[in-house]
Each structure stands twice: as structure tokens, then as C-alpha cells.
Unconditional design. Structure first.
Lengths: 417, 195
């Protein structure tokens, strides 16, 4: 093992890029605040907070998906991911900075009473919103948001600590190995239960669906989960390929990349399945209080069609492209195709989140939605990308890149698809 | 359909089999096939087999299914028998997508099963030669195809040297033929020469 590069070293170029992107992000937030955020006009003001909400929630859920991947594979006794497990762990460290940012953004929406974004903050006189106030109220939102992000951090930290604990103390015998796997299983299932109660159910309803407060869809959370999980797999693929390219991760080969590619392919299809199920049921029953969600996005004569382009580009990038490009075995084993597709999918689901958040926020007095995406949105997104790059790279330098004492490590080296 | 002469070597361990396959190929013999009780990872690569085109066939079957569903449903509901269903447009694409999906799966699945059976030469009432019955139980059976120039004795000795526990020469039909396993009608005489 001595010839292996055990620790990642951040190259100056990488550091410059991550700081550059973070600088762009901070600058965008400041400029955006001056342009939109400081405005007394609620519609303009919501333009700033909508972007902050979209980006902080999207990137937080994406990096948290890395920890979901670790826990799900732990519970499934999976081994193939062990050779790049430290990369996944490093990505999940970004839950801490992004969680803090997300918490600040979400709580400031509540404390500064942004009812242009969350109409339910002021439900008086609105029968539907008053009916929903058991779930959609300030107290619950604050407590649940803090609990959610806090427990993601704590349980994620515990999973990483369990993995690190073997670096210095190899397991002496098979019995202790079994105990170690069991301990991992217990903590992974705790994380997954919490994940199910948050990302797979309440959190997307609370953070995102409540923007369209009168509308609801029980599929919304799974849709959000699929969206962020496939983007999370893409982030894992990108970092793995980057490290491989720099000569690290000698034990990762195209067999592992192939399996990451399968996840990206399969969950793109799964995302489409949920997208379509949600769309078709609403289209079929044709109830005005449900169709309003898609009228805001696809548009019609009275409502304008500002989001129509984004709505369909979203479907092309996130369904047609992965379906046709990632279907072949060869393309899932090819580093160039995988890099391209990973970047495309991350962008595609960012766009998906854009059209989930903005139509209701940008609706004017006549009920017309306006898609006014500009450099501010891209700048903020760049800031988050830089932050994930920096946080992941920093975490990678702190732990050996191979979890070499894990009982399943050998199985991962000889992995063959 | 032709009867050929084969040199057969049986191995009882995977590791020996892998090395033997490599050496036999290196020595210039042509491997007819390797029969194993269970799929062995990496054996196809060692044998130098190309990737199967079964998935390409599957894609084509799938596309055929999608096209069949879309063209038939759209013809029925827009041209042949237009119905007003809940005030929806006649060309109601979202409602058809589940059926298009199902026909895609049906065509792809059935087509691929039939293609797979054809490629493996499997069908009811059809028989193929077994080089060794224990290939379905606990032996890895490697079959080398011979030519007029092959020295059989040399090939048998080579296989034994590579660790084959059982070797023989068989004359066998290469393809499949109509027949049943219980009431077999042999189109030729199998000659076994145990060494």
C-alpha cells in the first residue's frame, strides 16, 4: 500500500477556482441584495429570497444525498462503493456549511415574514390556509427545520466517525468485523429513518411545496428526493473522476464508474416516472385547484408562458439526455461521457428546482408568471458550487483516501460488473 | 448442420479453468465453448468473446413497441373512432404514455427472450449435444474444436497437463436438431474415445 497516494493535496489551481467561485457567489449575493433584497417592493424583494431559497435548499439536499447513498448501501450490505467511500464521505461533510447557510436563509424567511414567498405565514381569512395551519405554521417550521438539519449533521458525523475509526485500529478478527458491520447498520438505519421523515416526506412539503401553498401533491417529496439523489450521484461521479484524473484512487476503475453511471441512469428514469405520474394525474382529473400548478409553469393564454421553455428543457436534460446517452454500457464506463452527463444532470436538476420555486413567487397581480433568470441566479449557484468544492477538498485532505480496513474493502477492489 | 470432432477437457476448479483457457488459446487451439454449472465472472473476457448484441436487439424491440402503441392508439382515437373522453383532446398523449411504456416493455422482454433462446439454440422439442452431463452439476467443461491438422493425442496430453481431470475426444453435431431427450433419435453415432 505504500506506493498509494493516501492523502489528497489541494492543487493551487483547484484552490483558486473554488475561492474564485465562492467570491463570485458572495459578490452575487451582495449585488443581488442591493438590487432586489433591499427593495421595499415585496415582489422585487422576493426575487432575492427566492434565489437564496432555491440554491441553498438544492445544494444542501444534493450533498446530503451523498450521506443517503452511504447509509443505503450500508444497509444493503453493498461493497462496490467502498473504494471511493471516502469521496462520498467528504462530499457529505459539506452538509455542515450548507446546512448552516440553509438554516439562516430558511429562518430569515420566517422571522422577516416573507409572506410573498410563503403565503401561509399570514393565513387570516383564507379558509384553505387556515385549514393547513396545523402543519404550515411558524413554530412547526422553525422547530422541524432546526431538528432536520441538526440531525443530518449529527448522524452524518457519526457515520463518518465510524468509518474513520478503523484507519488506526484494524479489526482483529471476523467476530469484531461482524460487530462493526452491525454497528454501522444501526447508525445507517437511524439516518435513513430520519431521512425518510424529512427528505422523503415533510421537508420538501415544508420548504418548497408550501410556496404554492394552496396546491398540494403527495408525490412532491419523492420527486424532490429523486431530483437531488440523481444530482448527488452526479456529484460523487464528478469528484471520483477528478481524483482519478489527478492520480488518486488507484483502486477505482471503470467497473465502479459503471455502477455510479447505473445509479445516474436509473434514478433519472425514476425522476421522470415521478414527474410524469404527478403530471398525468393532475392532467387527467383536471381540477382547477390542482392544474394551477402546471398552468403557472406551462402557461396558457391568460397566464402567459414564461416558464414553458424551462419546463420542457428540464424534461429534455433530465430525461431524454440520460436515457439516450447513458443507456449504452460503453458510455457509463467512459470518463468523458460520465463527466459531461454528471455536469448536465446537476445543471438540469438545478433548473428543475428553479421551476419548482419561482413561478408562484414571480406571479404578478394579474396571475401571470415571469421567468426572469439572470446572472444573479448563476452567480449564487456558482458560489455554492465553489463552497462544495472547497469543503469536499478540505475533508479529503484530512482522511486517507482508502477505507482500507473496512471488511468489505477487498470485495470492492475485485468488483466486476 | 455438420458433425465435427472435438477434444473435451473437464476441470473441477475455476482457477485451473481460467489458466487453462488462457493457455489453450495461446497454444493456438480454437475453443468451441466452455460449459459451466454457473456463470463465471470474467470468463467471457478470457475466452475473447465479443460483447453480446442482445441489448441492441432489445433496444430495437423496445422502440418497435413504442412505435406500435403510439401509431395504433393515435390512429384509433383520432381517425378511426374518435371519442370525447372527459373533454380531453383526441390526441391525448399523456393518457397514452403508460400504454406506450407497457408495449415497449412487452416487446423488448418477449423479443429478447426469443432472441436469447435462438442465440443459445434452445427451444421445445429441440436437442443439442451435451459434451459432459456433469457440466450442469460440478464440472467445468472446455471443448476444443479440431481441424484436419489437429493432433488429438497432443491436445489431450496438453489438457491433462493443464489439470483436466477427465479428457476425451467426441464427434458431435455442432448445431441443434429436432428431437427429445427421453425418446431420442440420434442423427449420427457418437464415438467416445476415452484416454
Amino acid at each position: 500500500m505504500s506506493s498509494f497516494k493516501e492523502y489528497f493535496e489541494i492543487s493551487p489551481r483547484y484552490r483558486n477556482w473554488s475561492f474564485g467561485l465562492m467570491g463570485v457567489g458572495v459578490l452575487s449575493v451582495i449585488v443581488g441584495y442591493i438590487m432586489y433584497g433591499s427593495s421595499a417592493d415585496e415582489a422585487v424583494n422576493a426575487r432575492f429570497w427566492g434565489t437564496m431559497l432555491q440554491n441553498s435548499v438544492y445544494f444542501l439536499l444534493v450533498v446530503n444525498a451523498a450521506m443517503f447513498f452511504i447509509c443505503a448501501t450500508t444497509l444493503g450490505m453493498g461493497a462496490f462503493q467502498m473504494s471511493f467511500r471516502r469521496v462520498t464521505e467528504a462530499i457529505s461533510v459539506a452538509v455542515i456549511p450548507l446546512g448552516v447557510i440553509g438554516l439562516v436563509v430558511l429562518l430569515s424567511l420566517i422571522f422577516t415574514d416573507k409572506h410573498h414567498i410563503y403565503h401561509w405565514l399570514n393565513p387570516h381569512g383564507d379558509k384553505i390556509l387556515e385549514g393547513k395551519s396545523v402543519f404550515l405554521n411558524k413554530g412547526f417550521y422553525i422547530v422541524w427545520t432546526i431538528l432536520t438539519i441538526g440531525l443530518w449533521m449529527v448522524l452524518g458525523y457519526k457515520m463518518r466517525a465510524l468509518s474513520r475509526e478503523l484507519d488506526e485500529n484494524p479489526l482483529p478478527d471476523v467476530e469484531s468485523g461482524k460487530k462493526y458491520i452491525f454497528k454501522n447498520t444501526v447508525w445507517a438505519s437511524l439516518f435513513l429513518v430520519w431521512f425518510a421523515l424529512t427528505v422523503a416526506s415533510t421537508i420538501p412539503w415544508l420548504w418548497l411545496m408550501s410556496i404554492d401553498a394552496h396546491w398540494y401533491s403527495t408525490m412532491y417529496s419523492w420527486y424532490t428526493f429523486a431530483s437531488t439523489f440523481v444530482a448527488g450521484m452526479s456529484v460523487i461521479a464528478l469528484f471520483t473522476i477528478y481524483l482519478k484524473n489527478k492520480g488518486y484512487l488507484e483502486l477505482v476503475n471503470e467497473e465502479h464508474l459503471h455502477d455510479i453511471g447505473k445509479f445516474m441512469f436509473a434514478f433519472s428514469i425514476f425522476w421522470t416516472y415521478l414527474w410524469f405520474s404527478q403530471y398525468m394525474l393532475i392532467w387527467y382529473s383536471n381540477q382547477p385547484e390542482e392544474t394551477i400548478y402546471f398552468i403557472d409553469r406551462i402557461g396558457n393564454r391568460e397566464h402567459g408562458n414564461g416558464f414553458k421553455g424551462i419546463f420542457f428543457i428540464n424534461l429534455i436534460i433530465n430525461f431524454i439526455c440520460p436515457l439516450l446517452i447513458l443507456m449504452r454500457r460503453g458510455s457509463k464506463r467512459n470518463y468523458t461521457t460520465m463527466t459531461f452527463m454528471a455536469a448536465l444532470i446537476i445543471f438540469g436538476h438545478w433548473l428543475d428546482f428553479y421551476q419548482m420555486v419561482f413561478p408562484a413567487i414571480t406571479k404578478d397581480a394579474n396571475g401571470i408568471t415571469h421567468a426572469n433568470m439572470n446572472l444573479f441566479d448563476f452567480g449564487v449557484a456558482a458560489g455554492f458550487v465553489g463552497l462544495i468544492m472547497f469543503s469536499t477538498a478540505r475533508a479529503l485532505t484530512k482522511a486517507p483516501l482508502t477505507a482500507k480496513n473496512h471488511p468489505f474493502f477487498k470485495e470492492s477492489i475485485i468488483h466486476h460488473t | 448442420m455438420s458433425v465435427k470432432k472435438f477434444v473435451v477437457g473437464c476441470f473441477d476448479e475455476e482457477t485451473k479453468l481460467f489458466a487453462a483457457v488462457k493457455n489453450v488459446r495461446k497454444a493456438g487451439y480454437k475453443i468451441h465453448d466452455v460449459y459451466t454449472p454457473f456463470p463465471i465472472h470474467g470468463l467471457d473476457r478470457v475466452m475473447g468473446l465479443r460483447d453480446t448484441s442482445l441489448h441492441t436487439a432489445g433496444f430495437i424491440y423496445g422502440i418497435t413497441g413504442t412505435t406500435t402503441a403510439l401509431s395504433f392508439i393515435s390512429w384509433v382515437f383520432t381517425k378511426d373512432w374518435p371519442l370525447n373522453i372527459g373533454g380531453k383532446p383526441h390526441f391525448a398523449l399523456p393518457a397514452w404514455i403508460p400504454i406506450m411504456f407497457e408495449l415497449t416493455v412487452l416487446f423488448a422482454a418477449v423479443g429478447m427472450v426469443l432472441t436469447f433462446c435462438y442465440l443459445c439454440q434452445l427451444a421445445p422439442f429441440v436437442k443439442k449435444h451435451h459434451f459432459h452431463l456433469r457440466a450442469t452439476d460440478d464440472l467445468f467443461v472446455m471443448v476444443i474444436e479440431t481441424t484436419a491438422k489437429t493432433n488429438e493425442a497432443e491436445a489431450l496430453a496438453f489438457l491433462q497437463q493443464l489439470g483436466a481431470v477427465e479428457t476425451n475426444v467426441q464427434e458431435a453435431e455442432t448445431g441443434w436438431w429436432l428431437g427429445r431427450y427421453d425418446k431420442d433419435t440420434m442423427p449420427f453415432q457418437v464415438r467416445e474415445a476415452s484416454v
